[in-house]
Design a protein. Sequence first.
Length: 146
Amino acid sequence: MQDKIKKLLITKYTKVFSMNLNPEPADIPPMELTVDTEQWEQPMHSRPPRVQTVAKQNETRKQVQDMLDNNVIEPSSATAHSQVLLTPKPNGDFRFCVDFRNLNVATKMVGWPIPNINLMLQRIGHTHPKVWSDGLDSRVLSSTTT
């Protein structure tokens, strides 16, 4: 039953569950944040990235180039950076992740709180226990519909 519901949702929202990046940017207004540049540009944020395996380095280059080609990101000459991590997916592919914890520390708080994701997921889970899955991955799910 859950598989049937998942497939119906994927079919209904096909554009959301795409195997490729959409070349059109999302129609979302930019969010302005204030970063304490003195804190952010400390030497610990300018060190070379952690060493990854050759396979992960190649995958990182491939995914970064894909995002550049699709205007998701743009080249930067910043001296500070956040670490890129590739985490394995169940199917053997890699998920591109960025560790923004240090940037978050240097970012000045805004006047409104961001919702606690864990609490939101718990609320969704209690309301819709048969539909929610904590392991949804759009690329994996979309491949099940073809």
